[in-house]
Design a protein around this ligand. Structure first.
Ligand code: 13P
Length: 336
């Protein structure tokens, strides 16, 4: 069994990043209904099997985040998904939060739940083969929000989750997501992201979390969806400026979420950050939608199209792998 530091480093190995495939049953229902497929356990399993059995993708994908249902499932040949991933050298991980719920007394804000019984659940997930965990806190930008209290409540919970994960040998992926929703400008995203990350590292220190045994999964610094689209160079400059002096250098890696960016946009933005030169942390990806959207569409729920879906997933994984070293180009994108 590897140590926390080794697992964290392996996840952000050069050229590699994470596939976030930990959509809850409710989110999977939305994703499948977008392609006209009814969400049931068999279809969710069939779709995940396509992703996990994409040949050669292990050159680009170091880890996969699973959901409670998925970590217990097997491929059609009977091999547990955890074994399928391990045999390809891909590290299995697990989402351990139970979702963002309305924060009492704070209209429009949420707090992420899941701490009750977490120690016992972590022990079970580690037994099932998980080596890392994920917990997503959600911060919304709006009129007078986020409140300082929302940031405090969410970062306190993130730190409790991180400490409990490490106790069981799971590397915590600490995910404070400042949402893209809204018409705020890039400066507002910068300010809220900086406030949030400052609180994250204060809370992790108070909870005595070992930073080299963690990874950060943040949003990029972007204008709100209703504002405008910023060019990759602007996103890269603002994001690195925000993280410098806020995210300690002992953190081995930052694995960005895609958060509703387009597939190529998420790749181009990560590429621009890595093209700026070396940083104290590895800058990688932990994308859900930006890695899966073309594959989901190509599959369309038809088993006969599984190979089309695999090709689409392989391509997005390869493009993001190139972005890990700033060597992604539009030519590589079109060469598919
Ligand atoms: P997206 O990349 O689709 O934002 O999903 C990543 C994730 O795991 C959110 O928690």
């Amino acid at each position: 069994m590897s140590t926390l530091h080794e697992i964290a480093k392996a996840i952000v190995a050069p050229g590699k990043g994470i596939l976030a495939a930990d959509e809850s049953t409710g989110t999977m229902e939305k994703r499948l209904s977008s392609i006209g497929v009814e969400s049931n356990e068999d279809r969710r399993r069939a779709y995940r099997e396509i992703l996990f059995t994409t040949e050669g993708v292990e050159a680009f994908i170091s880890g996969v985040i699973l959901y409670d249902e998925t970590i217990r499932q097997s491929g059609s040949d009977g091999r547990p998904f955890v074994d399928v991933l391990n045999e390809n050298g891909i590290i299995p991980g697990i989402k351990t939060d139970t979702g963002a719920k309305p924060l009492a007394n704070f209209a429009g804000e949420t707090v992420t739940e899941g701490l009750d019984g977490l120690r016992e659940r972590n022990i079970e997930y580690a037994r099932l083969g998980a080596q890392f965990a994920k917990w997503r806190a959600v911060i919304t930008i709006g009129d007078g929000i986020p409140s300082d209290f929302c940031i405090l409540a969410n970062t306190h919970a993130l730190a409790r989750y991180a400490a409990l994960s490490q106790e069981t040998g799971l590397v915590p992926i600490v995910e404070p997501e400042v949402l893209m929703d809204g018409d705020h400008d890039i400066d507002a995203c910068f300010e809220v992201t900086q406030r949030t990350l400052t609180a994250v590292y204060e809370q992790l220190a108070l909870h005595q979390v070992d930073l080299p045994g963690t990874l950060l999964k943040p949003n990029m610094v972007l204008p709100g969806k209703g504002c405008r689209t910023a060019p990759p160079e602007e996103v890269a400059e603002a994001t690195i400026r925000c993280f410098t002096g806020t995210v300690p250098a002992e953190v081995p890696g930052i694995v960005f979420l895609s958060g509703g960016q387009g597939d190529e946009e998420a790749t181009a933005n990560l590429n621009a950050m890595n093209a700026l030169g070396t940083h104290p942390w590895e800058l990688s990806f932990s994308y859900g939608r930006a890695l899966q959207a073309p594959a989901l569409k190509a599959w369309g729920g038809e088993d006969a199209k599984a190979d089309d879906a695999r090709r689409a997933f392989f391509h997005r994984s390869k493009m993001n792998s190139l972005a890990r070293s700033g060597s992604w180009t539009t030519e590589a994108e079109q060469a598919a």
